[in-house]
Design a protein around this ligand. Structure first.
Ligand SMILES: *Cc1c(COP(=O)(O)O)cnc(C)c1O
Length: 216
């Protein structure tokens, strides 16, 4: 086994059934994604459109590509034909662009609304009370749940506060809208995913614990 495969095997033991692991491969080469693919991983997350498209071209067609980074509206068209899930919908204008581009090719695109619960100005997303609840104008978009990032800290109580706020936002949203039976709650990264799972995450996004540190 390669180091990447060992890391995944170890992490897999800590993730219960029913929680989807998204391997965050941004800034890492396709060869390492291939190693993860070889032992059965199919969900990969990227943060930049160009990198995502390039890797999708090089790698097997049954990979489920997750767009997890901030998405510019002028880049939406490139990923709409094949993206599995866009986690980072952080504005109504972006939602509208996704609707337009999805309608253009008559595809229904799955997205998560990003909710801002962290004590950090730099993060994006809707405030919980600003989350849209009327999706009737977006017939080519399926809103499947919520994504969030906790405050970048090592304070476990602060992580829990963030994750609880995101879970509450999802409960409120699914009470007010037509959502899948089991909506997606995408939260938890290398440092905090165990806590996120305790607080109800059913999708975690793990990068550096699998692939090592990124060099930007
Ligand atoms: C990079 C990134 C991750 C993975 O972070 P790690 O700390 O490397 O596990 C998860 N979610 C988002 C939105 C990211 O941008």
């Amino acid at each position: 086994m390669t180091p990447v495969q060992e890391h995944i095997t170890h992490i897999r033991c800590t993730i219960p059934d029913g929680v989807t692991l998204v391997c965050v491969s941004k800034f890492h080469p396709s060869s390492l994604i291939g190693e993860a693919y070889e032992i059965g991983e199919r969900d990969f997350g990227e943060s930049r459109v160009q990198e995502l498209c390039q890797k999708a071209k090089e790698l097997p067609g049954d990979i489920r590509w997750h767009m997890i980074g901030h998405l510019q509206r002028n880049k939406v068209r490139e990923i709409i034909p094949f993206v599995h899930l866009i986690h980072s919908v952080d504005s109504l204008r972006l939602l509208e662009t996704i609707e337009q581009e999805a309608a253009r090719i008559d595809r229904k695109v799955r997205v998560l609304l990003e909710v801002h619960v962290a004590h950090e100005e730099s993060k994006s997303g809707f405030l919980p009370e600003e989350l849209p609840t009327d999706f009737s104008r977006y017939p080519h978009v399926e809103v499947c749940g919520i994504m969030t990032m906790a405050t970048n800290t090592d304070d476990e109580q602060e992580w829990r506060r963030c994750f609880r706020a995101a879970k509450a936002a999802l409960s409120a949203l699914s009470a007010q809208t037509k959502m899948p039976l089991r909506p997606i709650l995408s939260m938890g990264m290398s440092e905090d995913y165990a806590i996120a799972i305790e607080e109800g995450a059913n999708m975690v996004r793990i990068g550096s614990s699998i692939f090592g540190n990124r060099t930007y």
